[in-house]
Design a protein around this ligand. Sequence first.
Ligand code: GLA
Length: 519
Amino acid sequence: MPSIQNRFVIALVSILVALAAGQVRADGQESRELRTPKPPDAPQIHGPKVYGARPGHAFLYRIPCTGIRPITYSASNLPSTLNLDSKSGIISGQAPDKPGEFLVQLEAASAVGKDSRPFKIVIGDTISLTPQMGWNDWYTFYDRITDSDVRRAAAAMISSGMADFGYQYVDIDDCWARKPGSKDPVLSEPARDSQGNILANARFPDMQALTEYIHGLGLKAGIYTSPGPLTCADFEGTYQHEDADAHQFAQWGFDLLKYDWCSYGKIARDKSLAAMQEPYTKMGRIVGDLDRDVVLNMCQYGMGDVWKWGRQAGGNSWRTTGDLGLVPDRSLPGFYSIGLANATHSEFAGAGGWNDPDYILIGMVGNAHQPESGARHTQLTPEEQYSYMSMWSLMASPLIFSGDITQLDEFTQNVLCNSEVIDIDQDSLGKQGRLARKTDNEFILAKPLDDGSLALGLFNLTNTPRTVTVTWKDLGIAGKQTVRDVWRQRDLGSFAASFSSQIPPHGVTLVRLIPARAQ
Ligand code: GLA
């Protein structure tokens, strides 16, 4: 039996060995293994392979591309109404006048290599052919948001490299308008000018200049309002000004509108489904008729099974649940219950209309219960963060980060910016993964991809390591499959009929099964 001193030494040595192996953190938590490989120095183009725009409307797309700068961009078969800036990789101009498809090939070259990637531009009525990617200020700034915060966020989307992976929308949430009744001169009335035009508060001196700045970076701008007289934070809403406000947003240059139910409950004539749909159908029609492509993100927390009618109402995405940041963590963090609820609506998602389980709350993020307390680092374990991002990608969810984009640490960035994980989310087939298995201890999400492969997430819901096994029979597939570890971006080998993985507590194994014939 070792002496007390020896036992102490043995314990100390094993902790040091584990630390050296990166299995535990100095604070006793599990390791913060950076699974995402560093992007190579040579250019690698990322982002969706299919992109929708309405005929004759302004067009803007910054080619997401990693690699050492300078990079020179080119594209073949680009519609003649569009122009590609070879230095910045920003495509701009006007979408062609007639519906049609352009099989564009994007190219990027630098001193150390080159890459190319297909990019099908589909001119027609449908936009948002893949889920939106971007950042929203809510969980960082709440009612404190200013023009300069938004500019800094847009600049950070570029400088952090997030835009090189496809993050594109810089979205202003609630609290940019005036606040009726407020005594604060910065926020106070009038909420509208003498013609009834909605006014931004004094923290936003020039909305058009702000969107021009964002567009200048090749990014897009989002704005927020409510069909009710007031927004959820009691700022001016759009009730009885819907048409004028939507036109104002388009004129300011916004590319996305989040339309949040909030005080509309006081306006709705009754609790019927028709009354609930009315404001969204109305705004859907208005936005669809604008002479600008504006993505409509419907936010009414899933009422009336919005996934069944959100697309018909003109929505490009619809929140399926209440606010993720307000869900209490029980035995599991809130993103699991939100995500698993969202997972049951897979049949309703597809090109042009996506189930939205709310934002990605990791990194430095504010507490929605105490917005004034400021941002602090997420309490989610590394494994939970990998699970969160894997679930959202397998569910073809909008990937909207809402932590502080100006304070991205290496780990958070590795969760948000893995090109193969994002490719699953943005896949051209546009299928939301379905729940192939769900018990109290584990679940499996399976998402068919455009190239005939299947993305698969095996999730461990327990507090101990767990082996999860899936058979090809469970998944309705057959034959040899190459199994690729998506986070680490490496093949694990060829498997004949099943795959098993030992998964840490609250962790995930995210793989792609690539049938032998598709290789
Ligand atoms: C609601 C929405 C949130 C956020 C706030 C703003 O709670 O669900 O996403 O927009 O309003 O007040």
